[in-house]
Design a protein around this ligand. Structure first.
Ligand SMILES: Nc1ncnc2c1ncn2[C@@H]1O[C@H](COP(=O)(O)OP(=O)(O)O)[C@@H](O)[C@H]1O
Ligand SMILES: Cc1ncc(COP(=O)(O)O)c(N)n1
Length: 532
């Protein structure tokens, strides 16, 4: 914690009577009003108050603010201005409780708690704005961020039109104003900016008229870029326009981005004491939250962003393995439905198909053994290293056993089949990725699905009274082997460990590699039908 030697205590702000209602009355001609803030003391965990509306679906409003404040390291508080009935698809109703009750909430908080920053969002009507204004003039937290919420992403109004003038009068009490392009246009009384330079010009007008810094947001621009810029006409920043560029994330999940940005900025400013530093901290966080928003799967409209994407969510022991098991369920089902497997179980499979399968299995095992040896080389512990090395060796032993017994007595085409090649190539790619975790996920289905199928078929064989004449009885017994079942349990546990120590991105890559191998298991069992 260190004090910030910047702002002094100034007399209360002169209200800006009215920003232009029409372009004929340009905002820029008005002098910036005198503004004041409490002396700012930087805090590691700033106490940040959100004065905003409630979004019960959790993506915008108070709910987004509290998440954003916590995500940026602040202590969040909330005084609710309005209740909305909304979800990711739109706003169904708005209820604004008596403004005096909001006044009591604000007073109760500021009577007791030092507020390091305040973020103001949805205000609803002019009476609420009046209460917030009176309170701000009395209490003046050191950082005041005003998000002039007027219309939701869905197009629904969140501020009565008659309250726009009152909102304009509140603007000079803010240190930072964060309008989107539509709100910016309304506030300067112009049509919506057509391009970014036009938006920045409007931001400069609003800053000159209010004395506040304006955060011009590129969220509603066309094209692949999504810049944001801080604009201050009074020389408060290093340059009049400080732009932070960014790419547009291709997602529909933009519900509450404005709320999240403004409350995150309030928090970061209370910690850092510098708007540019705050935006440079907040913007990458917001981009990450947009990128990770698909993980949440909330609602069928414009979903929320993932505020806590940066926190490492370590799965509990066994949890990641369970995720993998569920991911392979459809493939396991598909395997049981294959003609090859049905024929193998019943003993009706043609000798030709079985021979093809064995020959491809021998080729596969040779490649698989090399990949397991690579897993051993990358393994993080000696136990894991030993396990994979032992498995690599066993594969070679099984391969030579296949040649010595099953294949030596048959005439088989031993050319590399297309599915075998694709499967081994996929494993080699996983081993070339350099990630032990991804490699272990890629090799796991060959243990796991094989063991499951082997055990099920063996159980069916036993249930049928172990018919002596079954042509594939030896094969069925081999894959129900207890050593193989134990090795499979060990491999699952090692993949689970690797998943728990991996980053979220690496875990996602593990799942992709595992799913791909799992699909190849299906294709491998189906290949004899197509290619023999
Ligand atoms: N698709 C996107 N990709 C990257 N950033 C985005 C995207 N959509 C919005 N943002 C960012 O979210 C923040 C809110 O912007 P905007 O959508 O313009 O405001 P509002 O939510 O108030 O309409 C800005 O920082 C903007 O750059
Ligand atoms: C209670 C409340 N406050 C604000 C918004 C604006 O959200 P957005 O940032 O998506 O425009 C909202 N939809 N609901």
């Amino acid at each position: 914690m260190s004090p910030l030697a910047s702002t002094s205590v100034l007399p209360p702000a002169t209200p800006l009577a009215a920003l232009p209602e029409t372009p004929a009355n340009p905002a820029a001609v008005r002098p910036a009003p005198v503004r004041s803030s409490a002396v700012q003391v930087l805090r590691d965990v700033p106490r940040v108050l959100s004065i905003a509306g409630s979004d019960p679906s959790g993506g915008a409003g108070i709910q987004a603010d509290l998440k954003s404040i916590a995500a940026l390291g602040g202590y969040g508080m909330a005084a609710i201005t309005a209740l909305t009935v909304q979800n990711t698809q739109g706003v169904r109703a708005v209820h604004v409780p008596p403004a005096s009750f909001l006044g009591q909430q604000l007073e109760a908080i500021s009577d007791d708690i030092t507020i390091d920053a305040v973020k103001i969002g949805m205000l609803g009507d002019a009476a609420v704005i009046g209460v917030v204004r009176d309170w701000l003039e009395k209490v003046r937290p050191a950082v005041v961020v005003l998000d002039p919420v007027m219309v939701a992403t869905s197009g629904d109004r969140l501020l009565q039109e008659s309250a726009e003038a009152a909102l304009r009068e509140l603007l000079p009490l803010a240190d930072l104003i964060t309008p989107n392009l539509a709100e910016l246009a309304i506030l300067v009384g112009e049509p919506q900016a057509r391009d970014w330079p036009d938006a920045l010009r409007q931001g400069q007008r609003l800053s000159a008229a209010t004395g506040a810094t304006v955060l011009v947001k590129g969220g509603h621009l066309d094209g692949g870029a999504c810049p944001d810029a801080l604009v201050n006409a009074a020389g408060l920043l290093t340059r009049e326009v400080v732009e932070v560029s960014g790419d547009r994330i291709p997602t529909r999940n933009s519900h509450g981005t404005g709320c999240s940005l403004s409350s995150a900025m309030a928090t970061a400013q209370a910690r850092l004491g510098d708007w540019e530093a705050a935006l440079r901290k907040v913007k990458p966080w917001l981009v990450g939250a947009l990128q990770a928003s698909d993980q949440l799967e909330v609602g069928g409209g414009n979903g929320p962003i993932n505020h806590f994407h940066h926190l490492q969510q370590v799965p509990a022991a066994g949890e990641f393995a369970e995720t993998l098991r569920r991911a392979s369920e459809p493939d396991l089902e598909a395997i049981y439905g294959l003609d090859f497997i049905r024929g193998l179980a019943a003993g009706t499979l043609s000798e030709e198909q079985f021979a093809y399968y064995l020959a491809q299995d021998a080729i596969y095992l040779n490649g698989y053994s090399r990949v397991l040896a690579r897993a051993s080389a990358l393994a993080p512990t000696e136990a894991a290293q030993t396990f994979w090395a032992k498995s690599a060796r066993q594969c070679l032993e099984v391969e030579s056993e296949l040649h010595r017994t099953w294949l030596s007595t048959r005439t088989v085409d031993s050319a590399l089949g297309p599915v075998t090649k694709s499967y081994v190539d996929h494993l080699l790619a996983a081993s070339a990725s350099g990630s032990y975790a991804v490699l272990v996920a890629a090799v796991l289905p060959c243990f796991w699905l094989y063991a499951e199928v082997g055990q099920t078929l063996h159980a069916e064989f036993l249930a049928a009274g172990s018919p002596a004449a079954h042509p594939y009885a030896d094969w069925l017994r081999a894959y129900a082997d207890e050593d193989f079942a134990q090795a499979t349990r060990d491999a699952i546990a090692l993949a689970d460990d690797a998943g728990r120590s991996a980053s979220a991105d690496e875990r996602a890559a593990m799942l992709v590699a595992f799913r791909q191998s799992s699909r190849f298991e299906v294709e491998f069992f189906d290949a004899p039908r197509i290619h023999s």
